[in-house]
Structure formats: C-alpha cells, structure tokens
Design a protein around this ligand. Structure first.
Ligand SMILES: NC(=O)c1ccc[n+]([C@@H]2O[C@H](COP(=O)([O-])OP(=O)(O)OC[C@H]3O[C@@H](n4cnc5c(N)ncnc54)[C@H](OP(=O)(O)O)[C@@H]3O)[C@@H](O)[C@H]2O)c1
Length: 215
C-alpha cells in the first residue's frame, strides 16, 4: 500500500517503522521538514515537502497529529485526499486536578469526517500505545487493532493494513464506534497515569464476535 503519514512524533515514527517493515511504501511529513527527514531516514521511509503533496501521492493518509491540529490539516489535504482513505489514530483528553478527563461528545473521527466529507475516514490504531504500534505483542499476547468506519471498502483496506503490521484486526462497526475506541484509549492512558504504570498495557477482546458473520 502507498501510505502518507502526516506527523512525525511518537505515532508517526512507530507506524512508519511498522508499515515499512510490512513492505508498504511510506511517505512522512511534519511542520518541520528537518525533523520529518530524520524520522524518514530512521524508519527507511521517504519525506514529502508538504502535507498536501504527501496526501496526493498516497492511497491511504494517516493523521498522526494532535487532535487540535485536525482542522488545520484537514483544510490542507481536503482536495488531495478526495475519494481516499484517511485514518484517524488520534485521542484527546485534559489533565485536571482530579486527574485525566475526557468529554463524552462526538469523537475526533466523526469531527474529522465532517471536515473531510469527500474522503473515507477510518478510526484505527488509537487504542494502542506507540510502543505497541511499533511492536504489537504485549506480555506475549498479540494485541487487537480495532477499526471503525462507515465505508465497507475503506474499512476492509484498513483491517488488512492492521493485519499486515502484526495486530489482530477487529471490525467494531460504523464510524460512530470511534466514540468507544477513544474512550478505550483514554481508560488505558488514565490507568497508567493514575497507577504510575509501565505503559505496556494494551487491549485484547477474547472471542470477539465477527461482524462479518452478522451481515
Ligand atoms: N503517543 C501514543 O502512544 C499514542 C497512541 C495512540 C494515539 N495517539 C494519538 O496520536 C496522535 C499523535 O500522538 P503523538 O504521541 O505522535 O504526538 P507527538 O509526538 O506530539 O507528535 C505529533 C506530530 O504531529 C505533528 N504535527 C502537528 N501539527 C501538524 C501539522 N499541522 N502538519 C503536520 N504535522 C503536524 C508534529 O510535528 P511538528 O510539530 O514538527 O509539525 C509532531 O511530529 C495524538 O492525537 C495522540 O492522541 C498517541
């Protein structure tokens, strides 16, 4: 698969390494081309000079950026990502006096879909810490890669992408399920913050029902 990763931080680096290892062709960008270039050479991927250029050349665009940057990046790539799959791995939360908190409103992915009405937005990878995006095994167990999307073809493509990097792909339904996926990620993060955890925990749904069987 020809994949553009926008964002060269923890997630961009981890997914670039995993996608490249799985044999995908990867281009990475960030607002700092020098930083993106360093990550590209470390992960044996390529660097593009702009987010729109990276998106234009890709079949799948992954937004490995803070949720607060989604609106700006969506505006930059709207034309280039028309008709394409846009993967949203983002989470959001605030840190208040009582610890980490998350609002229960619309998910980042649903907001992104409203910003990119001509693209196929897919929620994936957000429930995995970057360490497990790079290495999908925790305590000897293959972790799950949950995928939510409205477009069946886009979802099937991303389920295959998830499988290709060594995760167990789990179809959780429509893009509305992204609300629960963002809450799952939040719970794992909050447990590690409050419990001073090792950030090695990950999600595995045992005997998951197959949605494909229900269709
Ligand atoms: N870290 C994790 O374990 C983890 C796991 C699952 C999901 N997530 C989610 O994944 C997203 C990224 O997390 P992260 O840990 O990778 O964050 P990070 O380390 O802060 O990296 C974010 C990257 O986004 C880039 N960026 C920001 N605005 C941009 C723009 N307008 N155009 C291009 N690049 C832009 C930044 O690069 P420049 O500043 O150079 O532009 C930076 O490289 C977040 O939404 C987070 O909630 C994180």
């Amino acid at each position: 698969m020809n994949i553009a990763i926008i964002g060269a931080g923890n997630v961009g680096r981890a997914l670039a390494a995993s996608f490249a290892r799985a044999g995908h062709s990867v281009t990475i960008t960030s607002r700092d081309p020098e930083h993106a270039g360093t990550v590209a050479s470390e992960t044996r991927t390529r660097v593009a000079t702009s987010n729109a250029e990276a998106a234009a050349a890709a079949e799948v665009v992954v937004l490995a950026i803070p949720a607060g940057s989604l609106e700006a990046v969506a505006a930059e790539i709207r034309d280039a990502a028309r008709g394409k799959i846009v993967v949203d791995p983002t989470n959001r939360m605030a840190f208040g006096p009582t610890g980490p908190t998350i609002d229960s409103g619309e998910s980042n992915a649903e907001r992104l879909a409203a910003l990119l009405p001509d693209s196929h937005v897919v929620k994936a990878f957000n429930t995995l810490f970057a360490s497990h995006q790079a290495d999908p095994i925790a305590d000897g167990v293959q972790l799950d890669g949950f995928v939510a999307a409205d477009d069946a073809t886009a979802k099937a493509t991303v389920l295959e992408l998830v499988r290709s990097v060594g995760l167990n792909p789990v179809d959780v339904g429509s893009l509305a399920r992204a609300q629960q996926l963002e809450q799952l990620a939040f719970l794992n993060i909050a447990l590690n913050v409050v419990g001073n955890g090792s950030w090695n925990s990950g999600w595995k749904l045992v005997a998951a029902p197959s949605l494909a069987a229900a269709v």
